[in-house]
Design a protein around this ligand. Structure first.
Ligand SMILES: Cc1cc2nc3c(=O)[nH]c(=O)nc-3n(C[C@H](O)[C@H](O)[C@H](O)COP(=O)(O)O)c2cc1C
Length: 184
């Protein structure tokens, strides 16, 4: 059995450390997880004025969520919460009313910041949103990653073995979570 896992990265910064962290996931994940980024950078600002006629980029964003068996959210922490670009993307995926693409999806959250709290505040806000949107959130392990220069090299390899092992365990736990929720 293999699972299609959409990866939503909540930063559009060219040197995003969260994107860099996410570049390590494929080689650490069990083979059964097929990871694929769901891009958010071209989405316009959401307004319910679009609800009757979503633009193609937003249709594709929603379709990619629907196609995914499960979702990984990689969030930076901006001002003790999630970045606006991530909230904007989630709003697009949640609407029009009654057509929430996130409902029922197994999901997990992770994030990295240079500070020691490693996006803990942002992740708590994100968990709140994703619970409201009826995802099946994995509770443990929590993953607060402090980013230090060189943690992920240019090829996407984690250079600190204890962090690599921790991320491997997290991805294995997520695979088990997906199997439990989907029952296949
Ligand atoms: C607007 C803004 C607000 C920030 N607020 C926080 C914060 O509340 N907590 C924190 O740990 N880091 C904060 N930072 C620092 C980010 O963790 C850091 O810029 C990190 O590189 C962001 O992730 P990214 O590179 O993937 O976008 C903030 C950065 C910006 C630009």
């Amino acid at each position: 059995m293999s699972y299609r896992v959409g990866v939503i990265i909540g930063s559009i910064a060219s040197k995003s450390i969260n994107r860099r962290l996410a570049s390590s996931f494929s080689r650490l994940a069990p083979e059964s997880l097929k990871l694929e980024e769901i891009p958010i950078q071209d989405l316009p600002f959401y307004s319910y004025d679009y609800d009757d006629d979503y633009p193609p980029v937003a249709r594709e964003f929603k379709a990619a969520i629907v196609r995914s068996d499960a979702l990984i959210f990689v969030t930076p922490e901006y001002n003790r919460s999630i970045p606006g670009v991530l909230k904007n993307a989630i709003d697009w995926g949640s609407r029009p009313y009654g057509q929430n693409a996130f409902a029922g999806k197994p999901a997990t959250v992770i994030g990295t910041s240079p500070g020691a709290i490693g996006t803990a505040c942002a992740q708590q806000h994100l968990r709140n949103i994703l619970s409201y949107l009826d995802t099946h959130l994995m509770g443990q392990p929590e993953t607060y990653i402090q980013f230090k220069p060189g943690l992920v090299d240019d090829s996407g390899e984690i250079t600190v073995e204890s962090t690599a092992a921790f991320l491997r365990d997290w991805l294995e736990a997520f695979e088990a979570h997906i199997r439990r929720i989907l029952g296949r």
